[in-house]
Design a protein around this ligand. Structure first.
Ligand SMILES: [Fe+2]
Ligand SMILES: [Fe+2]
Length: 162
C-alpha cells in the first residue's frame, strides 16, 4: 500500500482508533495472541485494498472493517454454557452492530451496518446486501487465515506439525 492510500485510510480510521472504548479492544483477544484491535485494523486495511481494485465505497469498507468485531464482551469471558446458535460465532455480528450504534453512530450508514451484521456469512446464512459487505467477509476470512498460516509456519519451524 502506498503512503497516499495509507494516509487516506488513517484519516478515516483515526477518530475510531483513538476512541477510549475502541482502545479497550487492544485487551480483547481475538484468536491466540492477536487482539481484536490488531485483527480489525488488519481487516480494515485489507478490505480497503480489495475495495480499491473494484472501485467500491472505500470509506464504508474502512469503517466496517474496524467495527465488524466491535462486540461488547470478550467471548472468552462468557462462561455460561450456551446452545450452539447463541454462541459467539453466531451472535457477535449483531452485538457488534448494536455496540457500534452506541459509540459510533455518526460514522455508520446502511452499507456499513449491513456489512457488520452479515460479516459471518456463510456461517450465518443470510448474505450481505452489498459488494462492500462481501468484500468485508472475504477480508475477515483472509486475515484470520493469514494468522493461522503464520502460526502454522512458526510451529513447523519448531518441528511441530498441526
Ligand atoms: Fe467476526
Ligand atoms: Fe473478524
Amino acid at each position: 500500500m502506498n503512503s497516499k492510500d495509507l494516509s487516506y485510510w488513517y484519516e478515516i480510521a483515526k477518530p475510531i482508533l483513538d476512541h477510549p472504548e475502541y482502545q479497550k479492544r487492544k485487551k480483547y483477544m481475538h484468536h491466540g495472541d492477536t487482539s481484536v484491535y490488531t485483527h480489525s485494523v488488519g481487516v480494515s486495511l485489507r478490505a480497503f485494498q480489495i475495495g480499491k481494485k473494484f472501485n467500491l465505497d472505500l470509506k464504508s469498507l474502512i469503517i466496517a472493517g474496524l467495527l465488524h468485531d466491535f462486540y461488547k464482551t470478550p467471548w472468552q469471558d462468557v462462561k455460561e454454557h450456551l446452545p450452539l446458535f447463541k454462541r459467539h460465532g453466531f451472535t457477535h455480528a449483531k452485538d457488534a452492530l448494536l455496540n457500534s450504534r452506541i459509540y459510533f453512530s455518526e460514522y455508520l450508514n446502511p452499507t456499513i451496518e449491513n456489512s457488520i451484521l452479515r460479516h459471518m456469512f456463510p456461517l450465518n446464512k443470510i448474505p450481505p446486501k452489498t459488494k462492500e459487505g462481501f468484500v468485508l467477509t472475504i477480508a475477515d476470512k483472509l486475515e484470520s487465515l493469514d494468522l493461522l498460516l503464520s502460526k502454522k509456519s512458526l510451529l513447523l519451524s519448531l518441528g511441530v506439525r498441526i
